[in-house]
Ligand binder design. Structure first.
Ligand code: GLP
Length: 261
């Protein structure tokens, strides 16, 4: 078992490292610091950043520190993890609008360095092929930040997803649709998503899967303790050698610590 000097750790039968933080703020500060460290070591890093509520504080801390310490993201490339099908990119609640608001605008990223899924696309196959080609041309993803969905999804890789997929369109789970509606300020219809596949997730050179709060405690317990498989895509991350699962104490509260050495 890998023991981290930075946080309490306990995870069984895994290559992945689990880090538990006292609270959401210390979790977010550490992840922001990790992203900055990577960019300082590799200024032209390829970054894939999740949307959703979980990484919001990380991104606020990251962009504030980048401005204060003049950290240069101008050579980085940014890839969208997923998008809601049928939703225009400018609409508040879309993954694209989120990334522009929280990351691209504050860091002043050139549009030439951004490649996101277009949820309005008519030829989804071509959209997926273009995304896969963009990732390959950039030499692969250096760091993926993924929020753990309440149902164990990573991006929009929902329970039951084919693990050998690259970019694809997928029918969304009822729970994903329900939480999805909370991101939008006007009425929308959500039924499908377009997402990087589990092959991209597992091929990313490093990956931080993050979760916070009591509402994620059941899924984080399952992520660590259940038999790995596509019934819960998050469980598959345990065999990712570059993966750190970083959670706050509330999200880790149900993990069975007995018998862990
Ligand atoms: C959403 C997003 C994902 C995100 C996840 C968790 O559906 N499309 O990219 O990581 O689900 O969301 P949250 O952090 O709000 O729980």
């Amino acid at each position: 078992m890998y023991i981290s000097p930075h946080a309490n750790n306990y995870v069984q039968n895994a290559i992945m490292e689990l880090k538990v933080f006292a609270d959401y703020t210390s979790l977010s500060e550490t992840i922001a610091r990790d992203i900055i460290s990577l960019v300082q070591q590799k200024p032209d890093a390829v970054l894939c950043l999740a949307t959703g509520d979980t990484p919001k504080l990380t991104y606020s801390i990251l962009t504030a520190r980048a401005a204060k310490e003049k950290i240069d993201f101008s050579a980085c490339k940014f890839i969208g993890l997923d998008e809601w099908m049928g939703i225009p990119s400018f609409l508040e609640g879309s993954c694209s609008q989120f990334l522009h608001q929280y990351i691209f605008k504050p860091l002043r990223i050139s549009p030439a360095h951004i490649h996101l899924f277009n949820g309005l696309v008519t030829d989804a196959k071509q959209e997926c092929e273009q995304m896969d080609a963009f990732i390959n041309a950039g030499g692969g993803i250096d760091l993926m930040i993924a929020g753990v969905g309440i149902n164990g999804h990573i991006g929009f890789n929902e329970p039951g997803v084919a693990l050998d997929n690259y970019s694809h369109v997928i029918d969304l789970d009822a729970s994903t649709i329900e939480s999805g509606y909370t991101y939008f300020t006007q009425p929308v219809n959500l039924s499908q998503g377009i997402t990087l596949g589990m092959q991209h997730v597992m091929a990313s050179k490093s990956l931080i899967a993050m979760a916070n709060g009591q509402k994620k405690s059941q899924i984080i317990k399952a992520a660590i303790e259940e038999e790995p498989g596509n019934h819960l895509p998050v469980t598959v991350l345990r065999s990712h050698p570059g993966c750190k699962m970083m959670v706050d104490a509330e999200a880790a509260a149900l993990i069975n610590k007995a018998g862990i050495s």
